[in-house]
Design a binder for this molecule. Structure first.
Ligand code: WTA
Length: 645
């Protein structure tokens, strides 16, 4: 058994930090006992409002209802740019580091303002209005942030789709949100490879007749096809646009963005976030969790296509007038030293990445790290999946030279901002634990009857009271949101994660309790992969589960039943992988495909995934209750032929 070490807050870190343990305890208590007072003060101190709110907060979790700062008027791009201009026009807002180490750029707050206003005016000229949805399908270039901010400036609702999604997946998301405008680039560049973004958009739009505008950023000058009247080059369109674009006054509860994420069942859900509460959550956590001090360089390695990129590359840091680094590339290109070289090159102070990247780099040994200085680093962060203690210690000892605290931050697309996390000046660290709740957050563990567990114990992780950046709806299907998150345990927000609480009240996230798999920090619904697999004519049935994977955290294990009389082959396997790439994206391809003459089912025909999970994880000692199996012999066959031994 791995012995967990305790890492108390060092004097140096505490002295420098914005919040020490006394302050944490005091503020946490206030946030729970006097939420109106606490959040009212925070909203005033973090954000600039055109008009004050009528009421700080109103919620009814039983109905999934939450409102924060209703009646208050503000604009997100104004808060992220304009209000900083007087003092910081020349300060760098975004440092861009290209895939190619020879390419980088700096964007000042003044330049950011100009780009965002011009693009906002271009969108307006194309008829985009408040409330309209705009799809953003972009590589990691500053224009992705300009696009998000330009939408927020005019009150349009952006839906960023990760550049790794296939044309089919992009089409589904464009149609679901009825986007009429798409912002993209000719091609993306990652690890020296080109990603045909415009080509993908063209394919997707064959089935999206409502899209009337495609704005194309020129990134590689690769060849693209052009639809006259619909397509316009970003650089040409901006040339003629005015720098002046007054920000739209948005209600705190007006939608800010939609972001698709995977759930247990069915198609991806368009998680909807609103303006005031979301921005407050992003800004406040960015400042306190990363202990952000003026003038520091902050780097989050996520992609803007995921929620981490929204809250912690763009909105949180910019709302706090930070300098945020945006990286186009991948951790191991040109070599495994890249992250650490970028840290030295741009003198990064705060570094936030995912355990999967740490594990991959750990495999390369210490040399690629040790040949860099990393002396600018002060704080490290982790997000997206549980970090195993070994990876934590390596991150701490080797990358951070035992000097930098690690904030292991637990949160979700639906939570909008970090909910459980250490604060560097306040919290003693235990490797692998996300530790304690952020201000205003009341986590609880529920047993299988839905009762709260007191003290140390394990259960399903739920949240007891509303917080400002909470999900407000699933776009186009509000009932689904209520059913998914608020129906299972009335009065609570259900996270879908399991967790353990130790004697010190620290939380240890144990992973999803539903049919969501977390592959390299990418959330993938088993149902989505199954639907892709069964599209193949040769497939009768498919069931997909996760299994532990050394590098990726979890891998995808698919049990596939071919059509009767059909001989499965490696060729068919390849076709199935290609099909998943086409339907979702190559990041969702199963690592293992096992041919299954039959799947374990109950007598009523329900697939018993619990058993498949055990087989995939090679946990055969305790398969659980198998008495309801319609045909027990099916299980033995799958065990005998299992691929993960
Ligand atoms: C998992 C990413 C353990 C968890 C921000 C959650 C984590 C899902 C952590 C959300 C962490 C995220 N420790 N597990 N620090 N952070 N998770 O929506 O299972 O892409 O439910 O948001 O990632 O993934 P999502």
């Amino acid at each position: 058994m791995y012995e967990i070490s305790l890492h108390p807050v060092s004097d140096a870190v505490r002295k420098h930090a914005l919040i020490d343990n006394d302050a944490y305890l005091r503020l946490y208590q206030q946030s729970i006992e006097q939420p109106e007072l606490f959040w009212g003060e925070q909203a005033t101190s973090f954000l600039t409002w055109f008009k004050p709110w009528d009421q700080v907060h109103r919620s009814d979790l039983k109905k999934g209802e939450a409102e924060w700062f209703k009646g208050g008027k503000l604009n997100v791009s104004y808060n992220c740019i304009d209000r900083h201009l007087e003092q910081r026009r020349e300060q760098v807002a975004i440092i861009w580091e290209g895939d190619n180490p020879a390419e980088s750029a700096q964007v000042t707050y003044g330049k950011l303002h100009q780009h965002v206003c011009r693009l906002a005016n271009v969108l307006k000229a194309r008829g985009v209005k408040k409330g309209d949805r705009v799809c953003i399908y972009m590589p990691m270039v500053p224009e992705a942030a300009y696009a998000m901010l330009a939408c927020s400036r005019i009150g349009a609702v952006h839906s960023v789709v990760f550049g790794g999604f296939s044309p089919d997946a992009l089409r589904d998301r464009i149609l679901d949100a009825d986007c009429r405008t798409v912002i993209t680039a000719d091609e993306g560049v990652r690890g020296g490879k080109y990603v045909p973004l415009k080509k993908n958009v063209d394919k997707a739009l064959k089935d999206c007749p409502n899209v009337s505008t495609v704005v194309v950023v020129e990134r590689t000058q690769g060849e693209v096809e052009w639809v006259e009247g619909r397509d316009l080059w970003y650089h040409q369109a901006l040339q003629g646009a005015s720098d002046d674009c007054p920000p739209e006054w948005m209600d705190a509860e007006d939608p800010l963005f939609i972001l698709y994420t995977s759930g247990s069942t069915g198609k991806p859900k368009g998680v909807l976030h609103t303006t005031g509460g979301y921005l407050l959550g992003a800004a406040m956590t960015h400042k306190y969790v990363f202990d952000y001090h003026e003038g520091e360089v902050y780097w989050c390695t996520a992609d803007v296509g995921w929620v981490t990129g929204h809250s912690y590359i763009v909105y949180g840091p910019l709302a706090n007038a930070a300098t945020t680094l945006m990286f186009e590339g991948v951790p191991n290109y040109p070599d495994a030293s890249r992250f650490w070289q970028v840290i030295d090159k741009h003198q990064v102070n705060i570094f936030y990445t995912a355990p999967t990247a740490i594990r991959a780099l750990m495999r390369e040994g210490e040399d690629p790290v040790k040949k860099t200085s990393r002396s600018s680093l002060r704080l490290l962060g982790s997000v997206g999946e549980p970090i195993n203690p070994e990876a934590w210690e390596w991150y701490y000892n080797v990358v951070g030279d035992r000097r930098c605290p690690i904030v292991d931050t637990w949160w979700q697309t639906e939570t909008g901002s970090i909910l459980i996390t250490p604060l560097p000046g306040a919290t003693s660290l235990k490797p692998g634990s996300a530790t304690r709740p952020f201000f205003g957050v009341q986590p609880v563990l529920l047993d299988d009857k839905g009762k709260e567990i007191d003290g140390a114990g394990s259960g399903v992780l739920a949240i007891k009271a509303s917080w400002p950046s909470q999900i407000r709806s699933i776009y186009g299907d509000h009932k689904r949101m209520v059913d998914t998150y608020f129906a299972a345990y009335p009065g609570y927000y259900f996270t879908g994660d399991g967790a353990r609480r130790d004697e010190d009240g620290y939380y240890w996230i144990t992973g999803r309790v539903d049919d969501v798999i977390n592959v390299s920090g990418h959330r993938i619904g088993t149902a989505e992969v199954e639907s892709a697999l069964v599209l193949h004519d040769a497939v009768a049935e498919a069931a997909v589960v996760g299994y532990p994977h050394d590098l990726k955290g979890q891998g995808i294990y698919a049990f596939v039943t071919p059509m009767k009389g059909l001989e499965p082959s490696d060729e068919l396997k390849k076709e199935l992988l290609a099909l998943v790439s086409k339907e979702i994206g190559s990041f969702a391809k199963p690592e293992l495909i096992q041919w299954a003459p039959g799947l374990p089912k109950t007598r009523s025909g329900k697939i018993m995934r619990r058993i498949l999970r055990k087989i995939a994880c090679n946990e055969l000692d305790n398969l659980g209750d198998t008495s309801t199996l319609a045909d027990p012999s099916v299980v033995q066959n799958l065990i005998d032929k299992r691929l993960n031994q």
